[in-house]
Design a binder for this molecule. Structure first.
Ligand code: ATP
Ligand code: MG
Ligand code: MG
Length: 550
């Protein structure tokens, strides 16, 4: 569906261009390399990249790596791969905020010289006390009116490593009485004797996010710095920094609402616990919504793009139904993927009147809705696997599959009439018996009689044994996401492993990330971690039907 109206960010951009505030559009995605990207980040990536595309502008990928404590090189690589995979092409426009440390330092010195920043000796605790709160104005630091020369000397000494962590900070001199607490002389530089993944031990002072971020944007000539709603209160400080540092054509910040999904877990703290408790097998477990997990599950970049477009951009926080994401992958795969036969819960069917030892190859269309996908040969013979649920000795009303005396179509093959079954000592059905009618071959034009049920099958001798993993949401919003003690209320059925599934031989050749429709059972994707040639593993991406309606 084409959305005709422009979103509010596009409207702002149009206005800026019309008024000559900017003559181009330059956006960026600025992840902190402190974790894996998730579906929410995908929204931000595609939004920023999409705007640059739409306006013939430029898109940067910038690692916001100014905080040495939490950052890891490992995350840089995974983030780059995820952004590329989503189709946001950053080409050679890859930047690291830590490359700007020198420039940020110069900006700080510049502010000191203008009398707009001062070195403060208050402890973190005292700074908090002095700051006041929503109801009370702040109190000025006794160090606020230090002479410029003294500030320059002390800041230089901070840089040279003369002070311990927390002993001194550099603060912007703004307004302790401001209604906006972020404007009450915020700390802009701190002492931190820490190794940085990029700059090593070159620095022992590091800029605070609210100071660093606008400078990063300004250095890269970003025009529209798009971020999430929680930074709305920080915008006056953003504007203050770019103004007081006297950048030409400074960027402007625009906020939008974060994307939240129902029935999923995105918090790093929770995911970490799930990994540690071996409830999931890493940050890319297919039940999670990290980009890597979605990719492993079998989601495509197209489906995620479609989802992000459907969700739209808004100024108000809200949660999106997980079923909408499922809808998008289903729609994406529907016409693209072959519909294969896979039996997940097998029972043997023996066709008594089919010649023993004989096999034939049947021509089965790959996708009934898309003839362009052509057809494939599927081996057929006397012994087949069918789904256990496709046979009932005593069927309820309206059951049109196999039961003694009933005739059904074997998909792409023949009509078979059920003649009975064998059972073990416990009463479990072990073999279903039937006879077939050679006249009824699919594609032969047979019109003599009709059957109500069609079932899928896999020929025993050439069947490939595989594992299939079925998923449910790891938490259920309706049952409550959290227990009373704050832990996650986990769905005990979030993973079902079926180890004795049988699929057509063609599926034995499938490679990691290949995906297919399995007749009646949903869309499946070859697991990139655990699948081997000997024992392929298929993840269910999504079932065929859903309650979600557009
Ligand atoms: P998280 O805490 O989930 O890792 P974050 O905000 O710490 O999120 P960053 O690496 O700082 O992650 O974010 C990079 C960009 O992605 C930021 O511009 C941020 O606003 C955006 N972003 C993060 N989460 C979401 C979300 N749920 N929806 C949309 N954008 C998001
Ligand atoms: Mg962050
Ligand atoms: Mg983050």
């Amino acid at each position: 569906k084409e959305t005709v109206s422009k979103n509010f960010i596009e409207q702002e951009i149009d206005k800026d261009l019309a008024e000559g505030v900017y003559d181009n559009v330059h956006t960026r995605f600025p992840p902190e390399p402190n974790g894996y990207l998730h579906i929410g980040h995908a929204k931000s990536i595609l939004l920023n990249y999409g705007l640059a595309q739409k306006y013939g502008g430029t898109f940067n990928l910038r690692f916001d790596d100014t905080n040495p404590t939490k950052e890891k090189v490992e995350f840089v690589e995974s983030i780059k791969a995820d952004v590329k995979w989503l189709g946001a092409d950053f080409e050679d426009r890859l930047f690291f905020a830590s490359d700007y440390f020198e420039k940020m330092y110069e900006c700080a010195v510049f502010l000191i010289k203008k009398g707009k920043a001062f070195v403060c000796d208050l402890s973190a605790e005292e700074i908090r006390e002095y700051r006041g709160d929503f109801n009370n104005p702040g109190k000025e630091s006794p160090y606020r009116n230090r002479p410029v020369e003294e500030n320059l000397r002390l800041f230089e000494e901070m840089k040279e490593g003369k002070y311990k962590d927390g002993e001194k900070v550099l603060r912007a001199k703004i307004d302790m009485a401001s209604a906006n607490i972020n404007m009450r002389d915020p700390v802009i530089y701190r002492v931190a004797h820490m190794e940085h993944h990029n700059t090593g031990d070159a620095w022992c002072i590091y800029p605070m996010y609210d100071f660093a971020h606008p400078i990063e944007d300004a250095i890269e000539h970003i025009t529209h710095s798009i971020c999430t709603l929680e930074f709305e209160d920080h915008r006056p400080l953003y504007d203050w920094v770019v103004r007081e540092c006297e950048f030409e054509n400074p960027p402007r910040q625009i906020e939008f609402a974060k994307l939240y999904l129902t029935n999923v877990v995105t918090g790093k703290r929770y995911i970490k616990k799930l990994v540690e408790d071996h409830i999931v097998d890493g940050w890319d477990d297919p039940r999670l919504v990290s980009i890597a997990a979605l990719r492993r599950r079998g989601y495509t970049p197209e489906s995620i793009r479609r989802f992000v477009e459907m969700v739209g951009v808004s100024k108000a926080n809200s949660s999106v139904d997980y079923a909408m994401l499922e809808y998008c992958i289903r729609e994406d795969l529907k016409l693209k993927k072959a519909r294969m036969m896979a039996v997940l819960d097998p029972v043997k069917l023996v066709i008594g009147n089919y010649p023993e030892g004989q096999m034939e190859e049947l021509d089965v269309p790959n996708n009934l809705e898309n003839p362009e996908l052509g057809s494939r040969k599927v081996p057929f013979g006397r012994e087949l696997y069918i789904e256990r649920e496709d046979f009932m000795e005593e069927p309820p009303k309206k059951y049109f599959r196999m039961f003694p005396g009933n005739e059904v179509r074997l998909m792409g093959a023949y009509f078979v009439k059920c003649t009975g079954c064998e059972k073990d000592a416990d009463g479990n059905v072990t073999v279903v018996h039937a006879t077939y009618d050679p006249e009824t071959k699919s594609g032969s034009g047979f019109e003599g009689r009709k059957v109500k049920g069609t079932i899928h099958w896999v020929a025993v001798p050439s069947a490939k044994k595989v594992e299939c993993r079925l998923y449910e949401n790891i938490v259920d919003e309706e049952k409550g996401k959290l227990n009373e003690d704050g832990s996650l209320n986990l769905n005990p059925n979030s993973l079902t492993v079926l180890t004795d599934c049988y699929v057509e031989p063609a599926l034995g050749e499938a490679e990691s990330y290949d995906s297919f429709q399995f007749v009646r059972n949903g869309y499946f994707c070859v697991d990139c971690k655990d699948s081997t040639k000997e024992k392929p593993v298929f993840n269910r991406i999504v079932s065929l039907k859903s309650s979600f309606k557009l």
